[in-house]
Structure formats: C-alpha cells, structure tokens
Design a protein around this ligand. Structure first.
Ligand SMILES: [Zn+2]
Ligand SMILES: [Zn+2]
Length: 354
C-alpha cells in the first residue's frame, strides 16, 4: 500500500487571513499544509466517495461496470473518484483480467478503518430516515454476541456511553487557519464530466449541484450521505460543531468558498432541517444558524471522521481540531458499544442483517 502522504498532490495554496497567525513551518514561505481533518473532509465529504466506499465495505459491487450500474454514475466521474480514492490510499485496484485490463477494487487498511463512520451514518439514517423504501437500513448484528445491535456512542478513554456533542468540547488549533481544513474543491464542474448521471458535487453557485447530490443520495437510500454530499456542506457542518453560527464566521472559516455558495448550502442544510435559522439575539433581526437535534445527531459521524483523519493522515499536517470529553477531561476516543452485550464493537465483528 502506498503511503497516503506520498501519494498526495501538493497542498492547495491557501491565503491566510490577516488575523491568522503564520503557520509554524520549517520553510518560511510555506503554505499551511492541510490539517488531517481537512484531508479527511477532502476524501469523504463527497457523495460518490461515500457511496463507493460503502459498496466495498458492505460487500457490494467492486468492479467498474458493476459500480457504474449500481450507482448510476458516469464513466469520467467514476474513473476520477476511483483514481483519487486510490491516490489517497483508501482503495486499491487489482487486475482480475489482463486483456482488456480490468480492475476489481478493495478497501485498504485505511479504507476499512472507516467502518465506524459508516456505523454512524447507519445509526443516523435509522433514526432520521427510517421510511426509506429501499430497505438499506437493515439492522446490524454483532457477530460476537450474535444479537441485533443498536450501537451506542461513547468515550473509549473512560468507558462512558450515551454521549452527545453536548458532553464534549472542541478545541480548534488556531495556529492553522481553518481554511486549510477546507481544501479547495477537488472536483470542478465540467460540462463533459457532468452528464446525465453527472457529478453532483460539481457545484454551482446556486446550490443546484448540492441539490442534485441530495436527490442522488436520497435515491441511493442514504439520507445521511445526501446531507454530506459535498465538501462545502460537510465543512459547514463541521464548523457548526466547532461552535460557529454566524454567516460571517462561516465565511471567515471557509474563505475560499463564494458567499452565494455558502448561502445556498446553508439554505439546503436548513431545508433538510440540519440547521435552523434563529435570531442571534432574542427579538433581534439578524439571524444565525444552529444545529437542530437532527443536525446534532451527526456528532458521532464527525467524531469518527476526525479520529480516522488523525490516524490516517496525521503526517499531512496537524489534526486541526481536538475533541475533549468534558466528564473525564481526556481527548475523546470515539467508540461504539453493542447495546445487547455492552461490549465495544470492532469492525471485524458486525454484519448487516439482510
Ligand atoms: Zn471520557
Ligand atoms: Zn453484542
């Protein structure tokens, strides 16, 4: 397996704001490198990448034509996603026939290590989108105890279970502008790439791209993936978890995103009832955006995504954010626990019921 860091393209240039302290770096004029969270968002804040990894994680289609048929994705978009996921060390292709050369894809250790993120999405979907007609919300079975499980989120550092975002505090690494955790969009809109089964994350300033992604995600039966459909939405949600709620704060943090794109994504997240528009002050006329209970329930997804990014992309830079479990005072070690036997889940030990 290639090292993800070695396979990465150079860090996208960023423009630190006037108030942002210079990033400590050996090279004086060096751009801040993406934080590991930024790298993780770059890889997984994308509907197609989410669906591709899910297919490999759940024993679904693994070959190009099968993936194409299952996801309704165009050739150029699928090729690009597979190439990038391989470059990031998430998947690897193995030739299953030499002429013509055809690849079958599997998850690397880095990709397989995403399983808790998918449990988080699964738990969210079961709670907030239970009526999916596609029956993709089959119960999980804990192989160790043999029983159906509704995994419970907790802190592996102290063993507490049943945690939510409110039980934690996030510490942002202010020595690195958050913008470097919001890497420049990798998938640019392109008329050739965005065909009928086009690229939902090829976003437009009007939010049409994100809306298309939302409907593609809904069609795939994963409401959660529809919410995390593109990097702007995913980064906005991450920023909301870090305690931001004013438009100006979002704008400062995601400074390479056009204001009309931010407005469109905030509108979409509000429509999806993930964020709610609320007055900044009681009786005031100015509004901010706060996480609804439905939005708050994405906390485990972000906690596991941050942990995964830190484990897998740490050598790309600094984590960018640390989450502390208030009650034990230690860095949160996100963990799923089986509610049937009270044992922690590990990736090899659960299967989805048909
Ligand atoms: Zn704890
Ligand atoms: Zn169990």
């Amino acid at each position: 397996m290639t090292s993800p860091a070695a396979a990465r393209p150079p860090a996208p240039p960023t423009t630190p704001g006037a108030s942002a302290p210079a990033a400590p770096s050996a090279a004086p004029a060096a751009q801040p490198r993406p934080t590991s969270l930024g790298h993780g968002l770059l890889v997984m804040g994308d509907l197609w990448n989410l669906l591709l990894v899910r297919s490999l994680l759940t024993g679904g289609p693994a070959r190009f034509l099968d993936l194409k048929a299952a996801l309704g994705i165009s050739d150029p978009v699928l090729s690009r996603r597979l190439r990038d996921l391989a470059a990031d060390g998430v998947i690897a292709g193995e030739e299953y026939t030499a002429s013509p050369p055809r690849l079958e894809y599997r998850l690397t250790g880095t990709g397989a290590d995403l399983w808790p993120v998918y449990v988080a999405l699964h738990v969210w979907d079961r709670r907030w989108a239970p009526a999916s007609p596609l029956r993709l919300h089959a119960a999980l079975r804990h192989a160790k105890c043999g029983r159906r499980t509704d995994p419970v989120f907790g802190c592996g550092a102290c063993g507490a279970i049943g945690l939510s975002a409110r039980d934690t505090a996030a510490e942002v690494d202010t020595s690195i502008p958050f913008a470097s955790a919001n890497p420049r969009r990798r998938y640019h809109r392109s008329a050739s790439a965005a065909g009928a089964a086009g690229d939902p994350s090829a976003s437009t300033g009007t939010g049409a791209g994100a809306a298309a992604a939302a409907s593609a995600g809904a069609a795939a039966g994963t409401a959660s993936a529809a919410v995390l459909a593109d990097r702007t939405s995913t980064s906005l949600l991450a920023a909301a978890f870090l305690g931001n709620h004013r438009f100006g704060d979002f704008q400062a943090l995601l400074h390479d995103t056009a204001p009309q794109t931010l407005t469109a994504r905030l509108g979409l997240l509000t429509e999806q009832a993930i964020l709610a528009k609320t007055p900044l002050r009681e009786g005031g006329r100015r509004h901010g955006y706060r996480l609804t209970p439905k939005g708050h329930d994405f906390f485990p997804t972000f906690a596991f995504l941050i942990a995964w990014s830190g484990r897998r992309f740490q050598d790309d830079g600094r984590p960018g954010v640390a989450i502390v479990h208030r009650a034990c005072g230690q860095p949160l070690v996100p963990r799923w626990t089986c509610n049937a036997c009270n044992e922690p889940l590990d990736g090899a030990e659960f299967t989805a019921d048909a």
